[in-house]
Design a protein around this ligand. Structure first.
Ligand code: AMP
Length: 113
């Protein structure tokens, strides 16, 4: 099912895009929880982490590689950052298109709430 993130991929709604390849795209979260809060998503429709399969290995690796590139680009790589994937309702997933949150720029609490 198409989500708001498909509209960002298709340029139907605006987003502050920070990185893009043929298979992934990254943009600033509209409601940031830290000074750096980027969403990294596959262009392919994968609703949740539960829906990945072996064919997605390459794109999943690319999501992580792109995340590390953006962390450097945003200058949070040395101080540190967190990657979050919310899966389904108990984790608070609100957009059913797989996405990694890259969160940094401040001290992050552990355990998360
Ligand atoms: P999650 O709760 O893990 O599903 O995260 C969804 C994230 O998408 C939230 O942090 C929202 O702030 C963010 N979000 C929703 N709509 C947009 C949008 N149009 N542009 C950028 N970020 C968005």
């Amino acid at each position: 099912m198409a989500t708001i993130f498909n509209k960002i991929i298709d340029r139907e709604i605006p987003a502050d895009i920070v990185y893009e390849t043929d298979t992934v795209i990254a943009f600033k979260d509209v409601n940031p929880v830290a000074s750096t809060h980027i969403l990294i998503i596959p262009k392919k429709n994968i609703p949740t982490l539960n829906d990945i399969n072996i064919k997605d290995t390459q794109v999943l690796a690319e999501l992580l590689l792109v995340t590390t590139k953006i962390a450097k680009q945003m200058n949070v790589d040395k101080e540190g950052y967190r990657i979050v994937i919310n899966c389904n309702k108990n984790a608070g997933q609100t957009v059913y298109h797989l996405h990694l949150h890259l969160i940094g720029g401040r001290k992050l609490n552990w355990p998360p709430g």
